[in-house]
Design a binder for this molecule. Structure first.
Ligand code: HPA
Length: 276
């Protein structure tokens, strides 16, 4: 897709949302696999199913049924993505990051990414929450490939601090205040949809990765490109391949998310209010 097609689609989506709501969010929250229930804890102003936004990418994965939820976390106006699309579903990577750019154009200055991830760091357990300090995304296509969208950001954006350290500190503070133990680490993004082999996990561990997943990093890159402040938390749903005897199963994602749901809710709610 060339620049105009990508940007024009974004503008069409923006116009479509603006016909439905004038709500201006400050914080955008992407709810990862199994974590969509968080949307129930925000004071809802309005909801827009993705399928009702012309050209918007709609997920095919069970449990990812998608909609934007506009509302309030305390006094903070937010837009929540309940469900997202993944590159492995066959979308162009520009479509995978379209929702992020759209939330920026709707007014969001801060992006809070969440996901399910496999734990690589040997001290991690299923159900742990991990603050994303940095990522490795070289195994997946870069979402900025193609003609640069100058209206959004620069051709060669700096990525030396994708995850805003000040937002990370606030998340850590809120975790500590609420007695929530929080791991920290580097998230590796692979395309999926197959899980990794044990050899791939050993490789990622040697490269300094603490967790692995199939989302998030491309969204963080696109958000950084368009000037959003980014932070992220992974829910460790399983030990990565080869680190336990059990074969990997997508059902673990929901089970681990359910176990961490109350910690996750507290952490996101408290952190979002501390951001602004
Ligand atoms: N690998 C990749 N993605 C994942 C995993 C995993 O082990 N767990 C949840 N998402």
């Amino acid at each position: 897709m060339n620049r105009n097609v990508v940007y024009e689609k974004l503008e069409r989506c923006l116009a479509c949302v603006r016909r439905r709501t004038e709500f201006v969010p400050r914080v955008a929250i992407v709810l990862g696999s199994g974590l969509g229930d968080y949307a129930e804890s925000i004071r809802v102003e309005t909801e827009i199913p993705y399928a009702e936004i012309e050209g918007f990418p709609v997920s095919t994965v069970p449990g990812h049924a998608g909609r934007f939820v506009f509302g309030w976390v305390g006094a903070v106006p937010v837009v929540c993505m309940k469900g997202r699309v993944h590159f492995y579903e066959g979308y162009d990577v520009s479509d995978v990051v379209l929702p992020i750019r759209l939330m920026k154009l709707l007014g969001a200055e801060i992006l809070f990414l969440t996901n399910a991830a496999g734990g690589i760091n040997p001290s991690f357990h299923a159900g742990d929450l991990m603050l994303i300090r940095d990522h490795i995304s070289v195994f997946a296509p870069n979402p900025l490939i193609g003609e640069n969208l100058d209206a959004l950001g620069t051709r060669f954006p700096d990525m030396s601090s994708v995850y805003d350290p000040a937002l990370g500190e606030k998340i850590k503070e809120k975790a500590a205040e609420n007695g929530i133990s929080l791991q920290e680490g580097v998230y590796a993004k692979l395309t999926g949809p197959s899980y990794e082999t044990p050899a791939e996990i050993r490789m990622l561990g040697r490269l300094g990765c603490d967790a692995v997943g199939m989302s998030t990093a491309v969204e963080a890159i696109a958000a950084n490109h368009c000037g959003m402040r980014v932070c992220g938390v992974s829910c460790i749903s399983n030990l990565a391949a080869g680190l336990s005897d059990a074969p990997l199963d997508h059902r673990e994602v929901q089970e681990a998310a359910d176990r961490s749901a109350s910690r996750f809710r507290t952490l996101v709610t408290e952190a979002v209010q501390a951001f602004v």
